[in-house]
Write a protein that binds this ligand. Structure first.
Ligand code: DGL
Length: 283
């Protein structure tokens, strides 16, 4: 079973690619919507969330854990790999390498959250690939919240995006890396604003292929195309109705969502109705 998590609905852009790549394999998707957005938070805090989520997903039977979130990957990927050495993790990093290989004019823009740019992961990408090419990192406040609210194509979101992309366009980029998994859901708007002269790079398909390679290598139960669709389970630490609506809107599926909550650093199921103290009639 593949465990996938994000701060919210952004990871569904990766989940969708994983399900396309491995249609027969069941998944668990956890949206930590009690804490969305992760982007402005300190890395230590995001690492704590990522560890709690990982423990929960492993308890539910995940055999591989996908950090469908650049921010969580920047904050926690190395830490999780050393804390859970037997578990295969797949993380995300801004796709600077392919952008650097493909640029014609040597100018690459990267949009991501503040936290993603703080991590060592991004620093090492710049050190490795940003020598002969100008890589321009740019934070876009408000976009994650817009996607969470379902405001995918509103005048307000367009204004936010224009403000975010204009400095990059003014700098003459010809490659734009989507360094946050929420952003692919804004593709129609992004495409319209940047126009045909800028190529947009979303790492989700490559991440899904990596998940398939890991599963094929380790899990004899990994099933592949041609088999009946597998069951998928969705969890949120926020409002389940909100995630249900987002699932329909963003990936076109109608399904139930299980509500969870944080208890300290751990994620727990809500107490079963029978476990609440029974209501006693008032005299
Ligand atoms: N979707 C996430 C990412 O890829 C998190 C964004 C956020 O919660 O700020 O970075």
């Amino acid at each position: 079973m593949i465990g996938v998590f994000d701060s919210g609905v952004g990871g569904l852009s990766v989940w969708k690619e994983i399900v396309r790549e491995l249609p027969g394999v069941p998944t668990l998707y956890l949206a930590d919507q009690a804490h969305v957005p992760y982007g402005p938070r300190p890395l230590e805090e995001v690492r704590r969330f990522a560890e709690g989520i990982t423990r929960f997903l492993l308890k539910q039977g995940a055999t591989v854990v996908v950090l469908a979130c650049h921010t969580a990957s920047a904050a926690a990927l190395r830490y999780l790999r050393s804390t859970f050495p037997r578990v295969p993790f797949v993380g995300m990093e801004p796709a600077v390498k392919p952008a650097v290989q493909r640029t014609h004019n040597g100018r690459v823009g990267v949009i991501a959250t503040w936290a993603t740019f703080q991590g060592e992961l991004f620093a090492s990408l710049l050190a490795r690939f940003g020598q002969d090419v100008q890589v321009i990192p740019h934070v876009c406040p408000g976009l994650v919240e817009a996607v969470e609210a379902g405001a995918l194509d509103t005048p307000e979101t367009e204004a936010l995006l224009r403000a975010c992309l204009e400095p990059l366009l003014a700098a003459g980029i010809d490659e734009l890396v989507l360094g946050c998994t929420h952003y692919p859901f804004l593709r129609p708007l992004i495409d319209r604003i940047v126009g045909p002269g800028v190529e947009i790079i979303d790492p989700a398909p490559a991440v899904a292929r990596q998940v398939r390679r890991i599963l094929e290598g380790r899990d004899a139960n990994a099933r592949s195309a041609g088999q009946p669709p597998a069951p998928h389970t969705f969890y949120t630490t926020g409002d389940p109705v909100r995630l249900m609506r987002a699932l329909e809107r963003l990936v076109g599926i109608r399904t139930e969502v299980q509500a969870l909550h944080w208890e300290g650093n751990e994620i727990a199921f809500p107490a079963a109705p029978g476990a609440y103290p029974p209501l006693t009639a008032r005299e």
